[in-house]
Every structure is written in structure tokens, then in C-alpha cells.
Design a protein around this ligand. Structure first.
Ligand code: GRF
Length: 205
């Protein structure tokens, strides 16, 4: 069976992208990286690894128009899996219909806590600290039309200590993100994922 072609969407530094690039064997190949921000360092990471990197300007385009252009890029390259790795634009029906349960997102909390509209980046960790939860973590999930609402693939936790700040918690959670994102992508590429209703079952390798 031919290896799965992967596209990764980014908006910023791309440490999650880098974890995918560095992972021993994803079972698929990252063939395209697209950013909606021209100066996203993740584009540099892609170029350094010989991966096609595209800055797709979103100025003057609706989300539907933007996703229609993304879909064309994906179809031209035979992309079979889309990974959102620190990507901050809304995904519309245009992509969700074409890539149902084939778009994976990483979120830096234990969904359904501290997620949904307005919860991204440091804000997520500030909310966890403010609420006083004792554990936080990261979640990978399939993308549907509800922000951060699709079937959960993997989660893992970190303990929050009394002296943790939003910044120190973000660093702890980022390590978890890097691991579970790569493991989720690999499980998908190795066809070890089964979805029953909202429940995602993963056969261990
Ligand atoms: C990470 O916390 C990710 O979960 C969030 O954006 C942050 C930066 O990700 N969506 P990256 O370093 O750009 O991959």
C-alpha cells in the first residue's frame, strides 16, 4: 500500500510540525506545509527539511474561498490526511466534507475543558490556572464543524504544581502535544484507527 501523503497547516512557530518531521516513522510522508502567516517560522522548518512550503494569503478572502484554494492544493498533490499543527484559522465545510475524519487537530488542554472559540495559545493555560484544576494536558481529535468538538483520538495529562504559571504549564503541555500528535498521525497512517460514533478506538501497534 502506498504511503499516505500528509499536508500540515500552521500559523506560527511550528514546534508541532517539527515533532512530526523528526518522528521516527509516521507511516506517511509530509508533502506540503501551508501557513496563513507569511512569517510563520514553521515555513522555515519545512524548507530546511525539503518539504514544499506555501504561504497562502488570506487577505480579502472568506474562509470558504480560502479553504477552496487549500482543497485545490491538496487535490493536486493527492493529500489523504490534513494535520492542523498550531493552525488558527477556522476550517469550513469545504474541507470537512472532503476530508471527513481525515483532519487531525492538536489542542493544548483536556477537551472538553478550556476549548472552543477564543481558547488557543497561552489563553488556554491561563484559564486552567485561573480555574485551579490540578491536571491539564493535550488532546488530538478529528475536526468537525464544532471548534475543538470532533471525536477525540488521544489525550495525556500533566500535573499542575502550585508554582506553575501559564507559561510553565504551556511548556509542560507542549511536550505532551508533540508526542501524542505524532502517535495519532502514525496510528492513522497505519490504519489502526476505528471510529464508532464519537468513540475512537486505536489498535496498538
Ligand atoms: C501549541 O500550544 C498548539 O497546541 C497551539 O499552538 C501552540 C503553538 O504550536 N495550537 P506550534 O509550536 O506552532 O506547533
Amino acid at each position: 500500500m502506498s504511503r499516505i501523503k500528509i499536508a500540515v497547516l500552521i500559523s506560527g512557530g511550528g514546534t508541532n510540525l517539527q515533532s512530526l518531521i523528526d518522528y521516527k516513522d509516521l507511516g506517511g510522508d509530509i508533502d506540503l506545509v501551508v501557513s496563513n502567516h507569511k512569517d510563520a517560522y514553521g515555513l522555515v522548518r519545512a524548507e530546511k527539511s525539503g518539504i514544499e512550503s506555501v504561504y497562502l494569503d488570506s487577505k480579502g478572502k472568506t474562509n470558504i474561498e480560502y479553504d477552496t484554494e487549500l482543497l485545490e492544493l491538496f487535490k493536486d498533490r493527492g493529500i489523504k490526511l490534513v494535520v492542523l499543527a498550531g493552525y488558527l484559522k477556522i476550517i469550513t465545510k469545504v474541507l470537512i466534507d472532503e476530508y471527513a475524519n481525515k483532519i487531525i487537530n492538536i489542542h493544548p488542554s483536556l477537551i472538553p475543558s478550556f476549548c472552543g472559540n477564543g481558547y488557543y495559545g497561552l489563553r488556554v493555560h491561563e484559564a486552567a490556572i485561573e480555574y485551579g484544576v490540578k491536571f491539564s494536558g493535550a488532546t488530538t481529535h478529528f475536526v468537525n464543524e464544532e471548534t475543538d468538538g470532533g471525536p477525540i483520538i488521544m489525550q495525556d495529562v500533566v500535573e499542575i504544581s502550585d508554582d506553575d504559571t501559564a507559561e510553565s504549564l504551556q511548556k509542560k503541555v507542549l511536550d505532551i502535544e508533540h508526542r501524542i500528535l505524532s502517535e495519532s498521525v502514525r496510528a492513522f497512517c497505519e490504519n489502526r484507527i476505528e471510529i464508532v460514533g464519537r468513540t475512537v478506538k486505536i489498535r496498538r501497534d
